[in-house]
Design a protein around this ligand. Structure first.
Ligand code: ATP
Ligand code: ZN
Length: 736
């Protein structure tokens, strides 16, 4: 007997498990019609999980007697509309990721857990038929209930805020509800309210901004790269585009990097678009707030969605515009699970929906620049700083053979002093948090290493502990060497904490503010810490790359880059690109207002040709030079690259697994000019959290070639057992 003919159609479900396939289920008993995009509770390997129906089918490869029934259909109507399901299936195919994990990742955590979608709907109360039948003074003996009765007779319906302003408590509402006089009604979902912002009149656009704005055409797909120097008013261009999308009755999606910038961007947007529904999705929100914002965007009540990478999967029924701010930022690439790139998915999204997408950056990724220079994307440029601001003046401070004071050249300290004396602000950029990168014994040479990773432990003096920045292993700060018991142990090098201390001792007359992951862990911490800086008072900011991006502090006139050398000699081929981006972005924090800015770059290698090129001609010329180098070496973006990553507790297992992968791949596709294999090689951080990490690198002339090989490869690898080995595919890998 054919199962499908006697009952409803089968549900094809994406189940959140690490397998690259979908699973078929019978619909639950007595279920009404089921649509793709709804969540279902299904039995899976002796437990129950929540999956998403992606399709309804008439027959299954699973034998009829093995088909199980779903236990519950959670949603009445699809949570993910058809176009979101299609985008997510594309993501799963392109990144070779399990579809169930891709779909689960698209839902906010609270919804992934199966909570009803109308939990966040606005609630209101109205009278029941019986309530309406009461005389106007029918509850006069209970004055509070009487007040509510009158309100409802007059207004018909009242929401939470209406009750609050009338001073009516939920207890009163409940009393009338219990009597059957009042009932609750569920409305739509509104985005959580944003902090109040001062409305600001928009500035007059300059010519370059106007040209950029006019180049973006609505109602059809296009990709434009807005290459605009720091402080050139890119955000203003975004705001004008959003304004146009709203005027067309469309929704706008703005993707932002992960680092604490969202509050600032949100404030600017809220100030410009008063009364417009704006939803935010970032890590500083509670699960409930995220679900509410997501649902508000999906229902169309939020017209603007501002969020970090995963916001790209939020359903936006009336999407008309996509913007990716700081498009070069590494946080757009997910580093585990489904390793998608938020920017690239945003372009795919815009393509599917036939809307324009704008990528903005002062320091574009070489991938984007390559596409713009080859004519695949439109290149829009802002070469001048907006308003009265001028570009900062940058100079190198050689540090080789100089007597340094705790990491600072005497010249640098003199400039800091002069700037603060003039009542201006200074920003010191240090690429490491903590007190010192490690602790060492002067007598026996012992160093504080992480027992689980191939890295040193960082000393955090404030917390009196050593911590691993890769696995978060913590141990108390030792006061003698654990190897030879000598007391001569010293902190090597300087992180933000140490520099903060030194600068405080030296420039204690002004506030010294440290901004790094350790000082900004709570929600509003960054905003709080930056308050004196935003108020324009003289101060000294010390921080990691959290300070480098996007901040607009007009009274910062001196920027110090304490050590420019770290990334210049990186083993990762993207090292030079990243260093250039970071230095340009940090330098771009100087002189953004009317006061001129100065940047001091401390380096042991002032003659380094890349540093010279960057400082003399700026990131634009530097990046174009790097692009031509990548062409010569056959590296992305001139080729496509994917990694097969593996890790295991015993180093041989992962390595052997990758050996057999390579054999299998070469059997299918022998190495050639268009397809090359490298490895297995150890990852740059070879051991992490007790596991040894290796990768096999595939470089091909184009992505299609990689996809054709990797899809069957995944089936092969999933079909075999490799005990103790975890493996994954990293398409368009950003880190080695
Ligand atoms: N046309 C304009 N006239 C005057 N001021 C402007 C104009 N456009 C933007 N501004 C102002 O210039 C400052 C810098 O602009 P904005 O923050 O948009 O630059 P950005 O390019 O996004 O900078 P970054 O990439 O460095 O973060 C802001 O205070 C903004 O209000
Ligand atoms: Zn560790």
């Amino acid at each position: 007997m054919n199962v499908a003919s006697t009952r409803d159609r089968l549900l094809r479900v994406a189940v959140p498990v690490p397998l690259r396939r979908l699973f078929d289920y019978l619909p639950p008993e007595n279920a009404g019609p089921v649509q793709p995009g709804v969540r279902v509770r299904v039995p899976f390997a002796r437990r129950e999980v929540i999956g998403v129906v992606v399709d309804l089918v008439d027959s299954s490869e699973t034998p009829a007697h093995q088909l199980k029934a779903a236990s519950e259909v959670i949603d009445q109507s699809p949570l993910l509309p058809a176009d979101s399901l299609e985008l997510l299936q594309w993501v799963s195919a392109y990144y070779q990721a399990p579809p169930g994990e891709a779909l689960a990742g698209a839902l906010p955590v609270a919804l992934r857990g199966g909570k009803a979608a109308d939990s966040w709907a606005s609630r209101a109360w109205r009278l029941t038929t019986e309530g309406k039948g009461l005389p106007r003074d029918g509850l006069a003996r209970a004055p509070r209930q009487q007040a509510l009765l009158q309100l409802l007779l007059d207004a018909g319906q009242i929401g939470k805020s209406g009750l609050d302003s009338a001073g009516i408590t939920t207890a009163t509402v409940k009393a009338l509800k219990d009597k059957g006089l009042v009932e609750e009604v569920r409305g739509g979902v509104e985005p959580p309210p944003l902090p109040a912002a001062q409305p600001a009149p928009p500035p007059e656009l300059n010519d370059e901004q106007r040209t950029a704005l006019e180049a973006v055409a609505f109602g059809r797909f296009s990709v434009a790269l807005l290459e605009g120097t720091t402080g050139s008013g890119k955000t203003e261009v975004y705001l004008r585009l959003i304004e146009q999308a709203l005027a067309r009755g469309e929704q706008a999606l703005l993707l932002v990097p992960e680092i604490g910038l969202t509050p600032q961007t949100l404030r600017r947007i809220a100030a410009r678009f008063e009364g417009v529904g704006i939803a935010a999705l970032h890590s500083g929100l509670s699960d409930g707030e995220r679900a509410q914002g997501w649902l508000a965007a999906a229902s169309g009540s939020a017209r603007i969605l501002v969020g970090t990478r995963s916001a790209v999967f939020t359903p936006l029924p009336e999407l008309g515009l996509v913007i990716v701010d700081e498009e070069h930022d590494q946080s757009f690439k997910q580093q585990d699970g489904v390793r998608y790139h938020g920017r690239d998915v945003a372009i795919k999204l815009a393509h599917r929906r036939q809307v324009p997408v704008l990528l903005g950056s002062a320091t574009p990724a070489l991938e984007s620049l390559h596409n713009a220079l080859s004519g695949r994307y439109q290149l829009l440029q802002l070469t001048q700083r907006a308003g009265a601001a001028r570009p900062p003046q940058i100079s190198l401070v050689p540090t080789r053979g100089i007597a340094m004071v705790e990491g600072f050249a005497p010249d640098t300290l003199r400039h800091i002093d002069e700037t603060l004396t003039r009542g201006e602000q200074v920003l010191v950029f240090i690429n490491r948090r903590g007190f010192a990168p490690t602790l060492a014994c002067e007598d026996c040479g012992w160093m504080a290493d992480c027992p689980h990773c191939s890295s040193h432990l960082t000393l955090h003096r404030g917390r009196r502990h050593l911590r691993c920045h890769h696995c978060d292993f913590v141990q108390p700060q030792p006061h003698q060497c654990p190897q030879c018991f000598s007391a001569a142990i010293t902190a090597l090098g300087a992180g933000t904490e140490r520099s903060e201390l030194m600068l405080q001792q030296r420039f204690g007359q002004v506030p010294v503010i440290r901004i790094d992951r350790d000082t900004t862990s709570s929600k509003q911490a960054m905003e709080e810490l930056l308050r004196p800086a935003n108020a324009g008072k003289p101060c000294l900011l010390v921080g990691t790359q959290m300070l480098a991006k996007g901040h607009h502090l007009p009274r910062v006139t001196l920027v110090v880059i304490q050590d420019a050398d770290g990334g210049l000699f990186s083993a990762d081929f993207r090292g030079a690109e990243r260093t250039g981006q970071l230095l340009e972005q940090v330098a771009g924090r100087a002189g953004r207002g009317e006061l001129a800015g100065k940047v001091l770059v401390q380096t042991r290698y002032p003659e380094h040709p890349l540093l010279q090129l960057l400082l003399s001609r700026g990131y634009g010329a530097y990046a174009r030079h790097l692009l031509s180098e990548r062409q010569l070496t056959g590296l992305p973006p001139h080729t496509a690259m994917a990694l097969i990553r593996a890790d295991s507790e015993e180093p041989q297992r992962g390595e052997q697994f990758l050996q057999s992968c390579r054999q299998q791949l070469e059997y299918w596709q022998p190495p050639a000019t268009e397809l090359q294999y490298l490895g297995p090689v150890p990852a740059l951080l070879e051991r992490k959290s007790g596991r040894f990490r290796f990768y096999l690198q595939l470089t091909a002339a184009d992505r299609v070639r990689l996809q054709k090989l990797l899809a069957p490869f995944c089936q092969w690898a999933e079909g075999n057992r490799f005990p103790g080995v975890r493996w994954s595919i990293d398409m368009d890998a950003q880190d080695l």
